[in-house]
Design a protein around this ligand. Structure first.
Ligand SMILES: Nc1ncnc2c1ncn2[C@@H]1O[C@H](COP(=O)(O)OP(=O)(O)OP(=O)(O)O)[C@@H](O)[C@H]1O
Ligand SMILES: [Mg+2]
Length: 267
């Protein structure tokens, strides 16, 4: 299999929609026949719960395995139990165990490269890998950055969007510091949970400018819709399953199209 496209879903704001973005882009790619793997590096276990699974406990069952000194390429991939689930939509789950990984990493040599090395040494069983990480820019985020070929930046639609500038600065300085070559490419920013009120229109214009000033493409917004939360709370996060006719399903299309073009350019 060709080298996978590894996309870090990067944000320095909590609750912005990272996990929701990863699930929708991943599920849609899988529906299009692209073998996709979501790797959860977060401690909160959201990916498991949003997909109707119980967060697992042991290293071997979770993304923690990829950081283990004993990792030998046995990716702990699980699949949601939805009736229409696609076998192309695999998950490596995070949860509490990722706290121990974050605590152990600082004592490792070349700690930022641990995940990059795991992916390079043992090609993961997918064409596209989506990395969901915690909002705190900690050692796991640096691992995600070093492993990534591409980056997607979901942006909050509030005063917190000002943090996008410091995130982009961190990405650039760490890319340099870690001598990442080739440097991961920023695929674009994604304004998330955009409501229809006047405030949000102002923010929508502002975020476009912030990304444009930094030379970063801005994808069309993902609208705010109560069904995202209802679906996640019921463990059937993809709206494609929960409310297939909902207009918000289409909001991810431009991102999915961009990733599919990357894939076809590789072939
Ligand atoms: N477009 C949307 N409209 C309405 N609610 C949304 C939307 N996207 C996500 N949500 C809801 O917002 C909450 C936070 O989303 P999500 O968990 O995806 O964010 P996150 O950035 O991964 O959060 P965390 O930092 O906790 O990992 C969830 O309850 C989710 O269902
Ligand atoms: Mg999350």
């Amino acid at each position: 299999m060709a080298e996978p496209i590894i996309i870090w879903i990067a944000s320095n704001a909590g609750g912005v929609g990272k996990t929701t973005l990863a699930i929708h882009v991943g599920y849609r790619l899988a529906q299009h026949g692209v073998k996709t793997l979501l790797v959860d590096l977060d401690t909160n276990g959201s990916l498991a719960r949003f997909c109707g699974l119980r967060p697992p406990i042991t290293t071997e069952e979770t993304s923690a395995a990829l950081f283990s000194r004993q990792f030998s390429g046995n990716y702990p991939v699980v699949f949601p139990e939805w009736r229409q689930a696609s076998e192309k939509f695999g998950l490596c789950l995070g949860g509490d165990i990722m706290v121990s990984v974050a605590l152990d990493l600082p004592s490792r040599t070349a700690k930022e490269y641990v995940l990059q090395k795991a992916f390079r040494k043992f090609p993961p069983p997918a064409e596209v890998i989506l990395l969901d990480s915690p909002a705190s820019l900690d050692v796991l985020s640096y691992c995600a950055l070093a492993a990534a070929t591409h980056i997607l930046i979901p942006s909050p639609m509030s005063i917190k969007m000002a943090g996008v500038d410091s995130l982009l600065q961190m990405i650039r300085s760490e890319t340099e510091e870690l001598s990442l070559n080739p440097a991961p490419q920023i695929l674009g920013g994604v304004p998330m949970k955009v409501a229809k009120n006047a405030d949000q229109k102002t923010f929508a214009a502002e975020i476009k400018d912030i990304f444009a000033d930094q030379g970063v493409h801005c994808f069309p917004a993902v609208r705010e819709n109560k069904h995202f939360e209802n679906a996640a709370n019921r463990g059937i996060a993809p709206l494609y399953l929960y409310r297939p006719g909902n207009e918000a399903c289409k909001d991810f299309d431009p991102i999915v199209d961009a990733i599919q073009s990357l894939l076809s350019n590789k072939k």
